[in-house]
Design a protein around this ligand. Sequence first.
Ligand code: G6P
Length: 606
Amino acid sequence: MCGIIGITSNKPVITNIISSLKKLEYRGYDSAGIATLAKNFIDEVKCEGRVTKLEKICSKKSIEGIIGIGHVRWATHGVPNEVNAHPHSSENVSVVHNGIIENSTLLKKYLEKRGYIFKSQTDTEVITHLLSEFLKKNKLVAAIQKTLAKLHGSYALGILIKNHPDIIIGARRGSPLAVGYGHNENYLGSDSYALKAMTNRVSYLEDGDICIVKKDQVDFYNSNGKKINKKILELSDKNEEYQKGDFQTFMQKEIFEQPQTVKACINEYVDTLRDEINIYNLPWNLKEVKSICLIGCGTAYHACMMAKNWIENLTDIDVVTEIASEFRYKKNNFKKDNLYIFVSQSGETADTFAALELCKKNKMKTLGVVNVVESSIARSSNFVLPIHCGSEIGVASTKAFLGQMLVLYIFALQIGFLQKKLKKNDYKSKIKLLKKLPELIKKTMSVEADVQIIAKTFADSKGSMFLGRGLSYPIAMEGALKLKELCYVHAEGYPAGEMKHGPLALIEDGMPVVILAPRDKHYDKTLSNMQEVIARGAKVLLISNKGKEEISSDNLWKKILVENCSDELLPFLITLPLQMLALHAAKYKGYDIDKPRNLAKSVTVE
Ligand code: G6P
C-alpha cells in the first residue's frame, strides 16, 4: 500500500528520501514520487514503476531542497502512471496521501467551478486545491482544519506549502502516521519502519491530529485545533538490518527463519524451567470470559480459524471467527463477557483496525495479536500479545502466520488451564511438547528439495485444490491462498468432506490436488476423500507426518512427510511444505516473490 516519508533538515534531503522510500517498497506499490521545496519553488519528480527508476531520474537533476516529501503509491483512483503518482502539486501546495477520499467527485466539481484545473484522475488532487483555496483567506492551521473538515474517508497526509518553506504538515484520520525526531532534522512517516534507519525516537498521531514539523521543533494539534503534547517513544531496534543474507528472496529467508522465530516466541511466553505460561497483567479475568470472537484478514484470518479449533478443544468457550471487512459493517451483539481478539501482522490493516475501534466504542474487551508492536492495533487494544517474529518483508505472510498460530495456541492453553478445563498435568505435558516445536520445524525444512520438484506441476497447472479436515482445514485455506498470491493460479482451499458437494466437479485428469492428512483423528476419512479425487484423475500430493505405518496407495502421485508430533501441533509442520510449494512454483514462473502483483503488505485502505 501507499507509503509516506517527509524530511525537514539543514542539508539536502533527496538521498534520504529515496532511501526511505526504498524501505517502504515492501508494502507493495506501482509508482513513486518526491517533491522538494527550494528557492520559492516546488520541484516535483514522479514516475510509474520502482523507486530505483525515480532515483535514476533524480540523479540527472540537481535537487537541492532541504525539505521534502516522498511517496510510493498503490493505485486506488486512476491507473498507475506518472501523472497519477504522488505528490500532487500546484504552484503553492504539494500533497502526498495514503487512504481514500470518498467525496472526491463532489469536491472536484466544486473546485472546477472555482477555476481549478485537475491534472490527474486521483482523489488526492482535491486536497491540493482545497488547501490552496483555504490558504487564500485563512492562517495556516485554520486553512488545514477547514480542508480536513471537507474530506470524507481516510487519510494520512504529508504537505509542503511554498509560503511556509520550513515546515511539513502531517495529518491523520484512519491511516497511520508517525513523526520521527533527529539531530537538526525531523521526519514524517507512514510507519516507523521507514524512519528506523534515521531515528529510533518517534511519536504517533491519533485520528484527527495535525502536526507541523520543523527541523528543530514539532507542534501537534488535536481535532479541535488545541495544541497538544505527544509522548516520544523509543523504538527497540534502530540498527536492525533487513538483509536477505544467503537467500534470494525475503520470503525464502522468512520461511527458513521459522525455527528461530518460533523459539524466540516460545521463550517470551513460556517459563521453560517450570513449564508454565507467562501471560500476566491482563486487564480482565480470563476465568470470566464466556465467548471469544477472533477477527482478521487474509492469512491472519486463517490463524483465527486455527485458534477457534484449539480454544474450542481446550475450553467450553463459544468461539466465532469474523473477517474484519464483514464484521465492521454487520449487526453485532456485543456482550460484556465477550473477548474480541484482533490478529494482524502489520497491526495497520484498515478493516481490522476499524473492527477494533467498533468494539472499543461498544466498551468490549480487546486483545491485539500483532507483530509490529508500535502499530495502531497494538496501541489501541486493551492488551497486546506480540508474536515476536521480527520484521516480515515478503508480502505473502509466512513466519508471521506461524507466530500468530503459536501465540493463539499458547493463549488457548492458558485459558483452558485457568478455566480448569485443562488439568495441570495435561497443561504441563502440552507445554513440554511445545518446547520441541522449533527443532521439529527445523527438521521438517529438509522437505524443500522434494517440494521444489513437485512445485513445477502446480506452476504449470491452470488450477489446483487443497483439502483438509479439522485442524488441517485452515491450513488448506492458507496453502491455497499462498499459491494464489504468489503464482497467480487459481487454487481452492476446502474442507475435504465438503468437496463432494460441488468442487469435485472441477477435478479433471492431471489436476494437482494437495491432501492434508496428518495421522490425527480425521486421517482415515481424509484418505477416503483422497481416493475420491484420485479416482477422478487428480494428481495427488499427500502431506502427512512420519509414522510407523507406511502410507501407500495406488495411483498416489507424490508424498511429503513432515516430522511427527502431537496432533495439536501438526498444523505448524504441515504449513511448511505449503509455503515452499508456493515459493518454488512462483520461482518457476519467474514472478516477483517478495512483491506479488496487485498486493500490498500493509493494507491501509478498506
Ligand atoms: C494483506 C497481505 C496478506 C495478509 C493480510 C492481512 O492482504 O497481502 O499477506 O495476510 O494483508 O495483513 P495483516 O497485517 O493484518 O496480518
